[in-house]
Ligand binder design. Structure first.
Ligand code: GDP
Ligand code: ZN
Length: 321
């Protein structure tokens, strides 16, 4: 009785509850079991050609619905609902869930921009981790804006040049300090009216920066378990918060590792945007830019046109996506 279909955006996800904002309020939704099944999809076992058809490995996503998803839902009594359908995603930020093989963890969907946040020191920047985040953003064609916080602290050797290199290759880098208020207005204006997702290790000052946007703003997020081996791998609490000045922000806290999901090795070079002008110039069409002779990418590294650290980062990512 009295059911009606609504459409909205998932802004909070917590222990099987999905809070859907439909413009007029928030509806506490569960997801239909049918939806769960639909979103488990079979994948051929790559190890066995002969048994490909019979033997399918079920690849499940950790959670079929992510924050940022646009969904259709039915409502029931007491402002609760049931999500029937996830509408096609414009993009998704996901990674391989740690702990098990073959699970995709969708961190957020339909994002306008990703903001990797690192600090000048305490902790020092993990550039390789940043490169992984940027690669995911490139893959999904989501704009990335790098935020380098704690600019009141002295830079360690090489870090300033490496930060500037990201600007040289076309990324926006915002230099901030919560101590001196450096970059505050820029930071605020960049988030206005957009759907933004912060990612970064803990301790870099993300909570402090989020407070700049809206004093008292506290994202109800919990550490994503990073346990490797057969440990847990659940995202317990993710949220997009509506800013009073317009826009939504989410925070993926405590990201210490980021393994790429479903990226073919041959697609990785193109995710390093400064490699792109050289990719067609290698002697071999299928050049991996690792060991081949007459490789235009390696030549560009030698000539100083591609930053060597980014190239090394590429090699590591290639080895262990
Ligand atoms: P989060 O784990 O990324 O959310 O980091 P927090 O916002 O909790 O900040 C971690 C620590 O760094 C706290 O002690 C902050 O006071 C400090 N911090 C945050 N921003 C800055 C900054 O710009 N400069 C310095 N020196 N410390 C900062
Ligand atoms: Zn090459």
């Amino acid at each position: 009785m009295d059911k009606f279909a609504g459409e909205g955006i998932v802004i909070r996800q917590y222990l099987g509850h999905y809070y859907v904002s439909d413009g007029s309020g928030e509806v506490d939704c569960a997801i239909s079991s049918k939806l769960r099944k639909q979103l488990e999809y079979p994948e051929a076992n790559p190890g066995s050609r002969r048994r490909r058809v019979q033997s399918v490995r079920r690849v499940r996503v950790v959670d079929p619905v992510a924050i940022g998803d646009r969904v259709r839902f039915d409502t029931a009594a007491g402002n609760t609902g049931l999500i029937r359908e996830v509408l096609p995603r414009r993009n998704k930020i996901s990674r391989r869930a740690s702990g098990t093989s073959g699970r995709e963890q969708i961190l957020a969907a339909n994002i306008d921009q990703v903001l990797p946040v690192f600090s000048v020191d305490e902790p020092p920047p993990d550039w390789d981790l940043l490169d992984r985040m940027l690669a995911i953003a490139e893959w999904q064609e989501v704009q990335a804006i790098i935020c380098l916080n704690k600019n009141d602290l002295p830079y360690r050797d090489g870090d300033r040049e490496w930060a500037e290199n990201y600007e040289r290759i076309g990324y926006r880098v915002v230099y901030t300090s919560a101590v001196t208020d450096m970059g505050k207005e820029t930071f605020r204006s960049l988030l206005q009216d957009r759907i933004s997702l912060f990612v970064g290790p803990s301790g870099v000052g993300k909570s402090t920066l989020l407070n700049w946007l809206q004093p008292g703003l506290r994202l109800r997020t919990a550490e994503i378990s990073q346990t490797t081996g057969e440990g847990r791998h659940t995202t317990t609490h993710l949220e997009l918060v509506r800013l009073s000045g317009g826009g939504l922000v989410g925070d993926i806290p405590g990201v210490k590792e980021f393994y790429l999901w479903h990226i073919k090795p041959e697609d990785i070079p193109g995710l390093f945007r400064e490699f792109r002008p050289f990719l067609e110039q290698c002697r071999f069409r299928d050049c991996s830019h690792v060991h081949e002779p007459a490789c235009a990418v390696k030549d560009a590294v030698e000539a100083g046109e591609i930053d060597r650290r980014r190239y090394t980062s590429y090699l590591r990512l290639r080895e262990k996506p």
